[in-house]
Design a binder for this molecule. Structure first.
Ligand code: DHB
Ligand code: MG
Length: 221
C-alpha cells in the first residue's frame, strides 16, 4: 500500500523552488500580519496554492470563507474567482478584519471581497439570499466546524465544494482519548466534521495530506 503523504525535505525543497507558491503579495501579507500581531496560523504557502488551484478548477465565482485572519488565504481564493467574482469572508476579530481589508486592497484583486466582522454563525444568514455558492472554505474556530459545515452543506451548489483546513487536528485526529494541549473539544469537533463529509451521501470527499490536513468535499447531489 502506498503512503498517504510524504515528508521528504528534499522533495519539499524541489517543489517550493519550482512552483514558488508564495509571491511578493502573499509574502507581504504574511509579514504585515505578523508585524501587526496576528497569530501566525494562516495556511502554508503550498496550501494556499493548492487552494487557489482547487478554486480555479471549480470555476468558482461566488465563494465564502469562514475565518479571514489576515487575508492570506482570501487573496488566493479571490485570485481564483477573478473578474466578476465575489468572496464573502467572515472574521470574528475586528483587528484581524482591518488588517485583512488592507491586505485585500493592496493585493489589487479584481474580484469583489466583502469582510464581515463578528461571529460567523450570526452573520452567515445575511448572505443566504446570494446562495448557492460555488465554494465554502472553513478555517475558523475548530469547535464550530460542524456548525459551519451544516450551513455550508445547505448553501453550496451541486458541483461546488466545501474545504476545511486543519483536519488532521495537529496530528491528533486519529485519537479518541488522551488529547494534548487541552484540545479535546477541537479534536472532537474536527472528527465530527470529517465524519460528516466522509459519510454524507450528497458529497464525495477526501482528506488531502497537506501539513495540517485539508478535507475537500464535492457536492454530487
Ligand atoms: C490553529 C488554527 C488554524 O486555523 C491553523 O491553520 C493552525 C493553527 C490554531 O488554532 O492553533
Ligand atoms: Mg487553519
Amino acid at each position: 500500500m502506498k503512503a498517504f503523504g510524504q515528508s521528504d525535505p528534499a522533495v519539499a525543497q524541489y517543489a517550493l523552488e519550482l512552483f514558488k507558491p508564495e509571491d511578493e503579495v502573499l509574502l507581504q501579507t504574511r509579514e504585515n500580519a505578523d508585524a501587526r500581531g496576528l497569530p501566525p496560523i494562516q495556511l502554508g504557502p503550498f496550501d494556499v496554492r493548492h487552494l487557489e488551484v482547487l478554486v480555479r478548477m471549480l470555476q468558482a465565482k461566488k465563494a465564502v470563507e469562514i475565518g479571514t485572519l489576515g487575508g492570506y488565504s482570501g487573496i488566493s481564493i479571490a485570485r481564483a474567482l477573478g473578474a466578476g467574482g465575489k468572496l464573502h469572508t467572515f472574521e470574528l476579530e475586528p483587528h484581524h478584519a482591518e488588517v485583512a481589508r488592507q491586505a485585500f486592497d493592496q493585493a489589487r484583486l479584481v474580484a469583489e471581497v466583502v469582510v464581515h466582522v463578528g461571529p460567523a454563525l450570526e452573520n452567515l444568514p445575511q448572505i443566504a439570499s446570494e446562495a448557492p455558492f460555488d465554494l465554502v472554505f472553513i478555517d475558523a474556530d475548530k469547535v464550530n466546524y460542524p456548525n459551519y459545515l451544516k450551513w455550508a452543506i445547505d448553501h453550496v451548489r451541486v458541483g461546488g465544494a466545501i474545504i476545511g483546513d486543519n483536519t488532521f487536528a495537529w496530528g491528533q485526529i486519529g485519537k479518541t482519548f488522551g488529547f494534548e494541549d487541552g484540545r479535546e473539544k477541537s479534536v472532537m469537533a474536527l472528527r465530527e466534521f470529517n465524519q460528516m463529509l466522509a459519510t454524507n451521501p450528497r458529497f464525495r470527499s477526501t482528506i488531502l495530506p497537506t501539513s495540517e490536513g485539508l478535507t475537500v468535499g464535492v457536492k454530487i447531489s
